[in-house]
Design a protein around this ligand. Structure first.
Ligand code: HEM
Length: 488
């Protein structure tokens, strides 16, 4: 009753809950999108709930996305929320363990290694990793079978990312110690660490040991490269170890190592979850998988030559499959910021008080019928120009398509968009183009090799696991596969 009596009329409506500290934590945690949809229907686009004792204000829709993701540095802060989780995993002095201005410089260094020229070399590397993976894996020895696709895609993601971004030396170490070490490191991202980051959780010793060991492997590689006077490589490590901050300080080796870990971890969860969803959708829609195969035959020739970066642009349906999957299953369902000073919400009477958490959930607008007709239908053809269910994305004047530089190069300001799987603003993803190249290559290669369907032959797609911080398909996510006969 007190809460109701003293409720400030300028604060957004508060989601009712019986539980003092936990508030709506459990309901939110079980199914965040369902929680957002239900409360949006009740309270509108902006509402507050209690997440582990913290008042958390959700603002959905394009205006909410813009309000939070393009928030000013004096108003919103990411590192105060994320660093308890990310610093032990990535290591010190990078990403959220440093001032935002330093992160912006680090993102600029990372971006330099992600050029068209780099992608031209990455695509063949990724394609080769995919074909040799299926040749070597005993699970795929016979002509057909059923497999839990989650772990397969996790391995494919880490092999392809490490080989392309970190070079052959590092990739080869994944057949030895690195796979287990990264597995231990991964446990640092379990959701309980958010709640109990101070507790001596048993797996945190393993996490810390893994972080130190992996960082040492990278630092030793850097030293070897320096000693050998190696200058011809152009991979991510090479770019980072030759970068210099604006104040004249070269990036120290431990920061290079920690950025390498951060990049691999950022890409791992998001890309492997997305590729698992793609495979599950293809199993539910074998007709689309056939169309993808025909698309390659028509665009590249019946002998299906080795895939290149240029080829990817000739496969619009292959691209649309990625886009449509990220519309419905973006792995990052909640983006959070700490409010640093009271923030008036434009066009409303509300003021979000300091010290609250702001939560952006771009997935809500990505499944809003206002922008995406038949929103719950996975249909890559909706991205065709003439589709009757084409996205209705309000566009600002393309003549003055606003771009902005937060310190890591120009990015489109377009945060008023209902479709933002890669975020927006100063924390926007720098891995988008890499992820797209990686996902398109993996999908195209698998389509060349296999036909999929659901084991029960249905068009159903499994539900989502929200237990980890990145959402992914529930497991076992079983897919029936059959090797494709090459057409003569
Ligand atoms: C940031 C999504 C792949 C590196 C982000 C953000 C999102 C996102 C939503 C914004 C987070 C925030 O505002 O708090 C995705 C998705 C991916 C993907 C959906 C794949 C399907 C990758 C890959 C890399 C990467 C492959 C590295 C090569 C980063 C980095 C940031 C970021 C460095 C910046 C963090 C910051 O500035 O705070 N990503 N990402 N991501 N992502 Fe990705």
């Amino acid at each position: 009753a007190k809460q109701i009596l003293f409720k400030n009329p300028n604060e957004p409506p508060v989601v009712f809950s019986w539980f003092p500290f936990f508030g709506s934590t459990v309901i939110y945690g079980m199914d965040p999108p369902a929680f957002f949809h239900a409360n949006r229907a009740k309270y509108g686009d902006i509402f507050t709930f209690i997440l582990l004792g913290k008042k958390t204000t959700v603002y959905v829709g394009p205006k909410g996305n813009d309000f939070i993701l393009n928030g000013k540095i004096k108003d919103v802060n990411a590192e105060e929320i994320y660093s308890v989780l990310t610093t032990p995993v990535f290591g010190k002095d990078v990403v959220y363990d440093c001032p935002n201005s330093k992160l912006m410089e680090q993102k600029k260094f990372m971006k330099v290694a992600l050029t068209t020229q780099a992608f031209q070399s990455y695509v063949p590397i990724i394609a080769d990793e995919v074909s040799s993976y299926f040749k070597k894996n005993p699970l795929f020895k016979s002509q057909s079978g059923i497999v839990n696709i989650g772990p397969i895609m996790a391995q494919l993601t880490i092999f392809t990312a490490s080989h392309s971004l970190q070079g052959k030396e590092v990739r080869n170490k994944f057949d030895e110690s690195l796979a287990d070490l990264y597995h231990d490191l991964d446990m640092g991202f379990s959701a309980v660490n958010f709640v109990l980051h101070w507790a001596p959780l048993p797996w945190n010793n393993k996490r810390d040991h893994a972080q130190r060991t992996i960082a040492k492997i990278y630092m030793d590689t850097i030293k070897e490269r320096r000693a050998a006077g190696q200058t011809n490589s152009q991979d991510m490590m090479w770019h980072l170890m030759n970068s210099t901050y604006k104040n004249g300080t070269p990036v120290p080796d431990h920061e290079v190592a920690h950025m390498m870990i951060a990049l691999l971890m950022a890409g791992q969860h998001s890309s492997s979850s997305t590729s698992s969803w793609i495979m599950l959708y293809l199993a539910a829609r074998p007709d689309i998988m056939e169309e993808l195969y025909r698309e390659q035959v028509e665009a590249l020739g019946a002998d299906l030559p080795p895939l290149t970066y240029e080829d990817l642009a000739k496969l619009p349906l292959n691209q649309a499959v990625i886009k449509e999957t990220l519309r419905l299953n973006a792995p990052i369902h909640s983006i959070m910021r700490k409010v640093k000073q009271p923030m008036p919400v434009p066009g409303t009477k509300y003021v979000v008080p300091a010290n609250q958490t702001l939560l952006a959930a771009a997935g809500v607008s990505a499944s809003d019928p206002q922008y995406f007709p038949e929103p719950d239908l996975w249909e890559p053809h909706r991205w065709d120009k003439e589709s009757p269910i084409a996205p209705r994305i309000p566009r600002s004047d393309p003549e003055k398509d606003e771009t902005i530089d937060y310190g890591y190069g120009l990015v489109s300001k377009g945060s008023m968009s209902p479709y933002l799987p890669f975020g927006a603003g100063r924390h926007r993803c720098i891995g988008e183009h890499f992820a797209n190249a990686q996902l398109q290559t993996i999908t195209a290669m698998i389509v060349r090799m296999f036909k999929f369907r659901n084991p029960d032959g249905s068009n159903k797609v499994i539900g989502t696991d929200y237990v980890s911080l990145f959402s992914r398909p529930l497991e076992p996510a079983n897919v029936y596969w059959e090797k494709r006969e090459k057409i003569a």
